[in-house]
Design a protein around this ligand. Structure first.
Ligand code: GLN
Length: 310
């Protein structure tokens, strides 16, 4: 594939997908997210040689939100091992919205179905090493910095404070987990770690870079060094296929056919085996919480570049 061709395709797909933002709305349940520009739209791609391609608002910053669940999973697997995580959370999709609580009571196992829904992610946050929520948050950010190949990864303090002040649903989930006996530490402290990780500030290029690391099974193609174990990368990608786009995961697997993870900040991280990572920013979301223009762009890129791996 010619480098020039890839840049042109990305820019054309950006132009063709932009209008799809009108089908979505920015998230408002975290009040600070409502300030996002619904028309903002950026695409980035990092290929297996480490070359970076960008279109539109690829350098606009936004909060990583649920995409942090993949990074937190990779981090805790790295620090504590796979058994520590998966003795407390499953590997199965739910088909429910990301913040659903219902299966915690009704399923026989009485543990969250997977680490990419809120219930499972809060359990993972509770496993992060550190002496306080702030220390845990710092250590997680340092890990994200290593994955992104840059220091100084920031947190959006306004979004963090806004979510912390309003998270009645996540508090309900966390207290339920406490009652089930699978949440480490104090409920409010664990939630604080979760809100900190969700408020990490990234751009589409950062997400493409993580996607590229995952596509190379944990090797950073830019620095040419291993940043996560191959097994960890595999677990993350498999769960992204089955659970990464919430109750839209099945449709996404059919339409796009690559591992991906979305967040209500408008980001999508996608990873195409051996070939590339893709990062998207488009804060106007569909009814499931996935970027409307981002979904359109990924469908088109998948067709144009024959990305399907499923
Ligand atoms: N912080 C958000 C929440 O817990 C993340 C959700 C998401 O990105 N889907 O509600």
């Amino acid at each position: 594939m010619k480098t020039e061709g890839l840049a042109e395709t990305l820019s054309r797909v950006h132009g063709e997908s932009k209008a799809a933002a009108a089908r979505g709305r920015v998230a408002t349940y975290i009040p600070a997210l409502a300030k996002a520009d619904p028309g903002a739209f950026g695409l980035a791609l990092v290929d297996s040689t480490g070359s970076v391609f960008e279109a539109g608002d690829a350098r606009a910053r936004f909060t990583i939100q649920s995409i942090s669940k993949v990074l937190a999973l990779a981090y805790v697997m790295t620090e504590l091992g796979e058994v520590a995580v998966f003795s407390r959370v499953g590997k199965e999709p739910t088909g429910d919205p990301f913040n659903s609580i219902i299966r915690l009571e009704t399923s026989a196992s009485r543990k969250p179905f997977n680490p990419l829904i809120n219930a499972g992610a809060i359990v993972v946050s509770g496993l992060m090493p550190g002496s306080s929520p702030a220390d845990k948050g710092e250590r997680f950010r340092a890990f994200v910095g290593r994955l992104l190949g840059r220091g100084g990864v920031e947190r959006d303090e306004a979004v963090y404070a806004s979510e912390k002040a309003t998270a009645a649903r996540n508090r309900s989930i966390a207290w339920f987990l406490k009652e089930l006996g699978i949440l480490e530490g104090e409920v409010e402290d664990t939630l604080d770690v979760y809100f900190r990780q969700c408020a990490v500030s990234v751009d589409a290029v950062d997400l493409a870079r993580v996607g590229a690391v995952l596509c190379m099974d944990g090797m950073d193609p830019v620095r040419r060094e291993r940043v996560i174990a191959a097994r960890t990368a595999r677990v993350c990608k498999s769960l992204m296929v089955t659970c990464g786009m919430y109750d839209g995961s099945g449709e996404f697997a059919v339409d796009v056919g690559v591992p991906a993870k979305s967040g209500v900040g408008g980001g999508i991280l996608a990873s195409v085996r051996d070939r590339m990572g893709i990062g998207v920013y488009g804060p106007a979301l569909d009814e499931r919480g996935n970027s409307a223009a981002g979904l359109e762009a990924l469908r088109r890129l998948s067709d144009e570049l024959d990305l399907r791996v499923l």
